[in-house]
Structures are given as structure tokens and as C-alpha cells.
Design a protein around this ligand. Structure first.
Ligand code: IMP
Ligand code: MG
Length: 181
């Protein structure tokens, strides 16, 4: 089966994403006004977004990664497991935390809380996608590339069961693809 035929609809082309990311990078660059910043990318979903975004930001950046998984406990609460923590010290630094998508808000909110305990000078959040309809906890990202509706998207780093991260565009998965994996 052709991998691409699992996609029902392409929402954002590589060119759309590239243009939007350039705009976002400009905004970030202006807001930080020459300050040093530590970029913290939440793995795995944000690795492509992060690597494209940072190349458009003309600031003295340091990059670190954190890898987390969340496990549902009952129907609503989620406990966050840190698979890989930071390898640098963020004390007294400006931190920009990057994730692929904010859905329920649990991941970004909890990672932000964990990092806040390390006393950064400031901490802001940036996501490629915001799915407002999925929110279960109060969490607003400071920088959002796109708001998306209530559907499951893949590509450009976003996965379904670890697949489709390597698609250069973002699209909606066919229902048949969801059931066959
Ligand atoms: P949250 O903790 O519910 O906000 O979910 C954030 C995580 O859920 C993201 O980092 C993604 O891994 C995953 N996720 C949520 N919605 C989607 C989607 O539409 N496509 C792919 N992954 C998603
Ligand atoms: Mg995921």
C-alpha cells in the first residue's frame, strides 16, 4: 500500500508551513530583542518544527531536548513520564518551550511546571498547532502557528502510532488507515 494514500486531505503544504514559520520566527526574534534564549524542544513531535524554526531566528540560541510520554489514568487525568530530561542548566535563562501540538493541554502545562521549578528567568511556549476544541486544562501557548479543528493530523513531525512523522506536509489521516495499524 502506498503510504501517501493513507492521507485523506492535505491541510498545509511544505510551502505554507515554511512561510508561516518564517513569520513566527520574526515575531520571536523581535520579542526577545537580542537576548540569549534556550530553546527546549519536546520530543518527538516537535523535532522537525524546531529545526526549521530555529534556522530563521537570528538570536544567540542554545538548544536542548526533553522527551516525555503521558499515560492516561482513568478517563481524564494524565501522568507525565520523563523519558529524557534536560542536559543543560536553565537557571536564570530565558526559555522557549516548543511542542508540536497542544490538544488537552496536559503535556505542555506539566512540562512548563516542571521547568519552572528550575528557576528560568522567563518561560514561554510555542506550538505549531493549537487544537482549542481538545482542551481539558487551562493552558494558552504564547506562540501558535495555526489553530486546527477537531481532527487528527499527521506529518511534519506529528505521528499516528509513530508513523507519518516524515511526511513533508500536514494532513488528515483516512479512517481506514487508523483502523488498519
Ligand atoms: P496534550 O497533552 O493532550 O495537549 O497532547 C499533546 C500531544 O498529543 C502532542 O504532543 C501529540 O503527540 C499528541 N497529539 C494530540 N493531537 C494530535 C494530532 O492531531 N495528531 C498527532 N498527535 C497529536
Ligand atoms: Mg505523538
Amino acid at each position: 500500500m502506498n503510504y501517501l494514500s493513507d492521507i485523506k486531505e492535505i491541510l498545509y503544504s511544505p510551502r505554507d508551513i515554511d512561510e508561516r514559520i518564517q513569520g513566527l520566527a520574526k515575531q520571536i526574534q523581535t520579542d526577545y530583542n537580542g537576548e540569549d534564549v534556550v530553546i527546549i524542544s519536546i520530543l518527538k513531535g516537535s523535532f522537525i518544527f524546531t529545526s526549521d524554526l530555529i534556522r530563521y531566528i537570528n538570536l544567540r540560541l542554545a538548544i536542548d531536548f526533553i522527551h516525555v510520554s503521558s499515560y492516561r489514568e482513568g478517563m481524564t487525568s494524565k501522568e507525565l513520564i520523563i523519558n529524557k530530561g534536560l542536559s543543560s542548566n536553565i537557571n536564570n535563562k530565558h526559555v522557549l518551550l516548543i511542542d508540536d501540538i497542544i490538544d488537552t493541554g496536559n503535556t505542555l502545562k506539566q512540562v512548563k511546571e516542571i521547568l519552572t521549578k528550575e528557576n528560568p528567568l522567563s518561560i514561554k511556549t510555542c506550538v505549531l498547532y493549537n487544537k482549542p476544541s481538545g482542551r481539558k486544562v487551562e493552558m494558552v501557548a504564547d506562540y501558535v502557528a495555526y489553530d486546527v479543528g477537531n481532527y487528527f493530523i499527521v506529518g511534519y513531525g506529528l505521528d499516528y502510532n509513530e508513523k507519518y512523522r516524515n511526511l513533508p506536509f500536514v494532513g488528515i489521516l483516512r479512517e481506514e488507515a487508523i483502523t488498519k495499524i
